[in-house]
Ligand binder design. Sequence first.
Ligand code: ME8
Length: 516
Amino acid sequence: MTKRYYLTTPIYYVNDAPHIGHAYTTLACDVLARFKRLDGYDVKFLTGTDEHGQKVEKSAADAGIDPKTFTDTVSQNFRDLCDVMNFSHDDFIRTTEDRHKLAVQEIWRRLIERDEIYLDAYSGWYAVRDEAFYAESELTTGADGKKTAPSGAEVEWVEEPSYFFRLSAWQDRLLKFYQDHPDFILPKTRLNEVVSFVSGGLMDLSVSRTTFKWGVPVPGDDAHIMYVWLDALTNYITGVGFPETETGEYAKFWPADLHMVGKDILRFHAVYWPAFLMAAGLEPPKRVFAHGWWTNEGEKISKSVGNVIDPIELVEKYGLDPVRYFLLREVPFGRDGDFSHQAMINRMNSELANDYGNLAQRTLSMIAKNCDGKVPDRGNFTDADMEFLNYNQNLISGVRQDMDRQAFNEVLENIWVGVRMSNGYVDAQAPWKLAKEDPARMATVLYVLAEAIRHLALLTQPFMPEASGKILDQLSVADNARTFEYLGPDHALEPGTPLPKPEGVFPRFLDSEKES
Ligand code: ME8
């Protein structure tokens, strides 16, 4: 049976232009999706846009456009970002689509049928920016008397008829669920936060609004629209064809293997979402990973500060694959990180141009010059050759484990041990000297290096698809021989295979380009 993997990004609010934070979350999913496909999995990778609710309605009104036209435009910006970043999602969902309306109304019906929802009235605090209800005890009052949520969002007092979800009844079952599934929330520190929040007691959750219109109507009571988070979270099952559950994609892919989110929306994914699903008689997902927050040169990224990083500008300046590499290499995945141009340039120049690019470039140029532009003869490997090659051939097992816990930076660190080891091997073997003294040995050394580079390039494909592809092109590795099945000595390069003219893959970023 084929192995399956279903992963999702948050669906982004269409109140604003996409920025580096959105690109980051989707990039992490893209790398994992590409990795799993190369590793033989049937993958479903879902992303999209969250288009209902007060916040989007307000942004449309501020722009003087009707919400439908507004969401069409902004949603397209998120699609465009996917193209620029070379994301390989299989589906892009919009919550304004009919297939989604059908799914949300069906989950509602199931919750009503099981008596998990009742009608009452809400009076309390609401933050439009977070689209979240807050208890008085969670708020801070500023010098100006204004109350804010823990996220810093301003809250307003709301009083209206509302349906409620019996969340309070789910406390024990949620705590048991976390206990039975210790890897449901990663990183572990985030699990502790969630457990302590749930242990503190849960209040029933308001799940409908009546004071604005931009949302999915409650079945049978269209004075109410559904709470935007119930609407939005349901996208993860709409994406696999819910309400159809017996056949098709739901049967194949649900429960999802991974919901990737930022730490800001963990509570919705790790508390509300599994409770909604279990209450509707559906299985909860296998994992929620909450990654950290990017700042810009040490400062919180915000529109009012005017320091929002546009990922498209970054790609124009540094190139796509260096940006993809940097974002996942710079910060241990799960922790907060700081974006700085200097750090980007340093990694681009030292790890990509000097370490990896130079390894490929000098090996391939020596082969072009000394081996007639063909894969060299293998000759006889020494023990040292074998040991060196073994390291690169065996990298996959550790990489697999690190990928399965979303430790992207560790994956790259380990691959770079292979890169640096390869450069060490070049320096120690000095094939340029062997060219005169012992051409047969030179051929073996260059062959061993080419094989090492083949392994490294296969493994870097998920992170840097284009650049890795170019290296594999230069080794004449066939397009259909680039999955992880082709790692290892059984699929080694064939001596005598003609190679194209080598060319550099990772340009250095020059100081003169800094201001451009
Ligand atoms: O919350 N650093 O959408 P959203 C890292 N629609 N990641 C960041 C970031 C930063 N500075 N800023 C944003 C929503 N993100 C809801 C989700 S899901 C059913 C509904 C990323 O547009 C991070 O993934 O506000 C965060 O969780 C997400 O963008 C929030 O996107």
